[in-house]
Design a protein around this ligand. Structure first.
Ligand code: ADP
Length: 372
């Protein structure tokens, strides 16, 4: 099995990327992220994450990406060269980190993992690069957050496998050239647009990971249930998949929630009905939208008459961080066609207007129920 080491941790406490509303005090302590937040939770962070696929065959979906990567890995192995540098771009929770691990495993090399914000000084980067072995995968998460001064050292490292490091000042300055082993840089970003042109151009392979289909997510749920030893039928998997916002990390998280619900309220078996009850009680509606998504939609629909409205204006109205809305809420609402982005701002589509008017999770009180 490929050895892995994590570098750069501790240099700066990892910044919390998203600030969704806190879960209530009765929530399980193991999961810090709200149920539909695609950012990693503590379970997913665990190095021995049992649910993470470890080979191309285990990995569900993203067929075109996998086919291309398989060829790249095989070809590099037969030439006895490192795999070309790879950039993965896409929303959180779609499997970018998983693919970096799979590349190193399938290639039979080590993986070193770090993230953009922890590489504060050029020396951090030079130290990291000079320790890499031939064929090793250097995985940099949030690569768009590498400081520009550090990034410049990566250009010649990626292209010529060397770094020129200047020591001293003025007439006493000297340039030291470090020869590096042929390594593979795998970068992951949720914001490809923030990557500089020179850095982007140095990746030989660039892939955009898209949201998963409900069928693919249902396979993810069935596979994870098998690993966790949870009994689930097809309807149960399908129901969880439908409400997982196209994101495997969320599918796995919802599966664990529904598993708990099934243990307490039923005989442990997850059926479609159990999944529906459990997820509705978690505030996840039939389209996979949660409280914040619905608040965003109703704000846009009601207060801005469907838009167009600027992101910052919406963020101020719903009292949420604009970056959270842009990274977490909007990609899925755009994907399922409830909103559109226009030069003048965000607009709700007809489907978005309709959905905002559906109080699907507000169960009727006893008096109302008797009227219906
Ligand atoms: P990202 O790096 O894009 O945020 P990760 O690679 O950490 O996402 O994936 C999050 C979790 O989702 C993984 O731990 C894994 O359990 C699951 N996962 C991601 N992609 C897949 C997939 N294609 N098949 C099965 N499970 C997946």
């Amino acid at each position: 099995m490929a050895r892995q080491k994590v570098v750069g941790e501790g240099a700066e406490p990892p910044k919390k990327k998203f600030t969704r509303a806190k879960r209530d005090a009765t929530s399980e302590p193991v999961e810090s992220a709200p149920v539909l937040d695609p950012s990693p939770d503590t379970v997913e962070d665990a190095p021995l994450n049992a649910l993470r696929p470890t080979s191309f065959d285990d990995y569900v979906g993203q067929r075109e990406v996998l086919d291309s990567l398989k060829i790249a890995v095989q070809a590099a192995r037969s030439r006895d060269e490192a795999v070309d540098h790879v950039l993965f771009n896409g929303p959180p929770g779609l499997g970018k980190t998983t693919l970096a691990h799979i590349i190193s495993k399938e290639f039979g090399s080590k993986l070193t993992q770090t993230s953009g914000p922890t590489l504060e000084r050029p020396l951090d980067m030079v130290g990291l690069l000079s320790n890499l072995e031939k064929g090793e995968v250097l995985f940099i998460d949030e690569i768009h957050r590498i400081p520009r001064a550090v990034e410049e050292y990566m250009y010649s490292a990626m292209e010529d496998f060397k770094v020129d490091f200047v020591t001293g000042k003025g007439t006493y300055s000297r340039t030291l050239t470090y020869r590096l082993a042929q390594f593979t840089l795998v970068g992951a970003t949720t914001r490809a647009g923030m990557l500089s042109g020179p850095l982007r151009d140095r990746f030989g392979l660039t892939y955009h990971l898209d949201f998963y289909s409900p069928e693919e997510l249902s396979q993810v749920v069935t596979r994870s249930a098998g690993i966790l030893g949870v009994q689930i039928n097809q309807e149960g998997s399908d129901e969880i998949a439908r409400r997982s916002r196209g994101t495997p990390r969320i599918a796995n998280r919802l599966l664990r929630r529904v598993r708990d619900y099934a243990q307490v309220n039923a005989d442990g078996m997850i059926t479609g009905k159990i999944a529906t009850h459990a997820l509705t009680s978690e505030g996840v509606d039939e389209m996979g939208l949660d409280r914040l998504d619905r608040l965003y939609l109703t704000t846009l629909a009601d207060q801005y008459s469907g838009g167009p409205a600027g992101l910052n204006a919406i963020a101020a109205t719903v009292n949420e961080d604009a970056q959270t809305l842009e990274d977490v809420v909007e990609p899925f609402l755009l994907k399922i066609g409830l909103i559109v982005r226009t030069p003048a701002g965000r607009k709700a589509t007809q489907a978005g207007m309709d959905h905002s008017g559906v109080p699907s999770l507000i169960s009727p009180g006893p008096q109302q129920a008797s009227l219906l």
